[in-house]
Design a protein around this ligand. Sequence first.
Ligand SMILES: Nc1ncnc2c1ncn2[C@@H]1O[C@H](COP(=O)(O)OP(=O)(O)OP(=O)(O)O)[C@@H](O)[C@H]1O
Ligand SMILES: [Mg+2]
Length: 353
Amino acid sequence: MSSRLEAEQLYKVFGRRPDEAVDRLREGADREGLRAEGTTAAVIDASFTVDPGQIFVVMGLSGSGKSTLLRMLNGLLEPTAGHVRFDGQDLTALSDRELRAVRAQKISMVFQHFALFPHRSVLENAAYGLAVQGVPKAERVERATEALELCGLKGWEKSWPDELSGGMQQRVGLARALATDADLLLMDESFSALDPLIRRDMQDQLLQLQKTLKKTIVFITHDLNEAMRLGDRIAVMRDGRIVQIGSAEDILVRPADDYVASFTKDVDRSRVLTASAVMDTDVSGATADCGCADDCETATPDTPFTELCAMSARSGHPVAVLDAKHRLVGVVAQERLIGFLGDAESAQEAAHA
Ligand SMILES: Nc1ncnc2c1ncn2[C@@H]1O[C@H](COP(=O)(O)OP(=O)(O)OP(=O)(O)O)[C@@H](O)[C@H]1O
Ligand SMILES: [Mg+2]
């Protein structure tokens, strides 16, 4: 499909002789050595693709290179090496003018602190990107009104930004991005400044919108739970490198290294995991019809973790996992559930949730 985003072996080096630094990184030089010379390798050899309709989350500690990576995706920063392709076009090969045009038409950014114009109405703020595109006034009003409605701000068009709460202001930012009809949305910690409940709301709203709009979205966050909720795929960055790309479940259950594992220690596993990820697939010696059918609870591979906890607590037996043809494909013992949660207390909580 055309509006796929591709990053190919992207590098961004700040400081002295960046090209030479890239060559040295390719030959195995390490980032710390370069730093000692006053050169920062902010992004090292990043490659990935994002298909239309996907939310690709980039997470990592502060300074790991997330924002630098994002800015290269829309050409705000020129990569030291590598390519960015969007909608079949190599953005890295465009002139500044062509790039500005692509940015105005196809790419929108939403930042952490969305800068609204204080002396323009909510509607004018939402229509700003369209004004930049040169869209005629009547159409601007129509599209911005529609985008505000999508973001739950119907009725607020004539208000001033300072009459809105922080969460609502952030929604105006989202509406501005959506109004332009850009296919690629780049979101840098867009929800991080919001308090937790509003943040959850915004996440839900984005997921809801995405179901119909099917944009190509790159979403940066520090927050693993946010990453797990939103990301179809998640890239974890460490010291400029992408150390793992995978689904929420991959990152949790099959972390590429100790760094990723430590990152995921605190996540609320119960929301992400399903029986297929936690079951013991060695079912030799067990049968679906083990004789305690009245006590045994059965699940499917898609049964969520919290439900498994509840079943296991109810029956006191391992939960049998059956496929669509009622064949036994795995068993989940309570010890196993507890192992995934880290401690018994949270298993109890999950069981009673
Ligand atoms: N313009 C610049 N000049 C020099 N160094 C820079 C520049 N921009 C970023 N860096 C450095 O590149 C590295 C990556 O920074 P970046 O802002 O991409 O990290 P981040 O993952 O977005 O961090 P945060 O979570 O704090 O936003 C850091 O070491 C930073 O100091
Ligand atoms: Mg950043």
